[in-house]
Design a binder for this molecule. Structure first.
Ligand code: GLU
Length: 313
């Protein structure tokens, strides 16, 4: 039997609480390509929110899946940030250096009966909208037959609603079993999954504020569930509207979003502030990136961020 019971008190996040711990935030890009204007919005918002609360802003490279990544991008991203005056605290960290910790966490979950091997193919899951809903929970991970074939490792989710209180979008949640199914924590083809790595790394770095794009809001309930399984304290969340290209698609490398133009950092910053509907500095305080950032830190207003889902750049 797999344990599905998480103590009741941990199922819910409290309604927005004031920030009473020293703030630790982060920017965590996947180096699938250079940063574009949409990624600058996420980097800038997380930086401003951290500095406005006199907190720390860390940088973590989410390089879990080398074949899908671009080595040049992991080198370029920190340079792009610095060209916009966005300096992080301490040393940048890399998920590719943290495999031992992810493996330990899987062992910890296995010890709690919260990890099971899964040999289901996409084709098999297609019949249930791609959702894994306990299909191979009966496999005993310690039986060699269960792990003889290539397998992923999954977390069994509970049949209940998990929600977060987002600082921009408010109350958001869904029934894990019906909306997302049992998440993969280690993929059949080898890499550790984003869901596992993000939870472990945020916890280990003491991150208590997560500011990121709205495309990740629907990942949040399952991440909170995983945190509860590991007895981690959840951070607070602030998701940001997504920047769309004129064709209405999210700016992304797949949609061929242009890399940030490093010859126009001032304009890039101002345009990101405009997108977030933040007050803009006067012209005489817009001559250097540091002036813009200092002004924007002082005038940072979460309440001004438009809670629509997306906006055109
Ligand atoms: N690595 C993710 C991305 O680049 C962000 C993950 C997160 O902020 O939780 O979209």
């Amino acid at each position: 039997m797999l344990l599905r019971d998480i103590p009741n008190g941990q199922q819910r996040q409290p309604i927005f609480m004031s920030i009473n711990r020293p703030y630790i935030g982060r920017f965590a890009p996947t180096p699938s390509g250079p940063l574009h204007q949409g990624s600058l919005v996420a980097a800038l918002a997380s930086y401003l929110d951290a500095h406005h609360h006199r907190g720390k802003w860390l940088l973590r490279m989410e390089d879990l899946d080398p074949p899908r990544e671009d080595r040049a991008a992991s080198e370029l991203i920190p340079q792009q940030l610095l060209a916009h005056g966005l300096k992080w605290h301490g040393a940048m960290t890399y998920q590719s250096h943290n495999h031992r910790r992810y493996q330990e966490t899987l062992a910890q979950l296995k010890g709690k009966n919260l990890l099971f091997p899964c040999t289901c193919s996409r084709k098999m899951l297609a019949a249930q909208a791609g959702l894994h809903q306990g299909d191979c929970h009966s496999l005993d991970p310690d039986q060699p037959t269960a792990t003889a074939r290539p397998h992923a490792w999954r977390l069994p989710v509970s049949d209940e609603v998990w929600w977060c209180e987002d600082r921009v979008y408010g109350h958001y949640g869904h029934n894990l079993m019906n909306a997302v199914g049992d998440p993969v924590l280690k993929r059949k083809d080898g890499p550790y999954a984003y869901q596992l790595a993000v939870v472990v790394d945020d916890h280990d770095a003491g991150i208590n504020q997560v500011v990121r794009g709205l495309d990740l809001l629907d990942n949040t309930p399952r991440q909170l569930y995983l945190m509860a399984c590991l007895d981690y304290e959840p951070p607070q969340y602030l998701h940001l509207p997504l920047m769309l290209n004129p064709a209405g698609q999210k700016l992304s490398k797949q949609n061929k979003a242009r890399a940030l133009d490093l010859s126009t950092p001032l304009q890039n910053l101002l345009s990101a502030l405009r997108f977030l509907q933040q007050p803009l500095p006067p012209a005489e305080l817009s001559e250097h990136t540091q002036q813009i950032l200092d002004w924007a830190i002082r005038h940072w207003r979460v309440a001004a961020i438009p809670p629509h889902r997306a906006g055109v750049m």
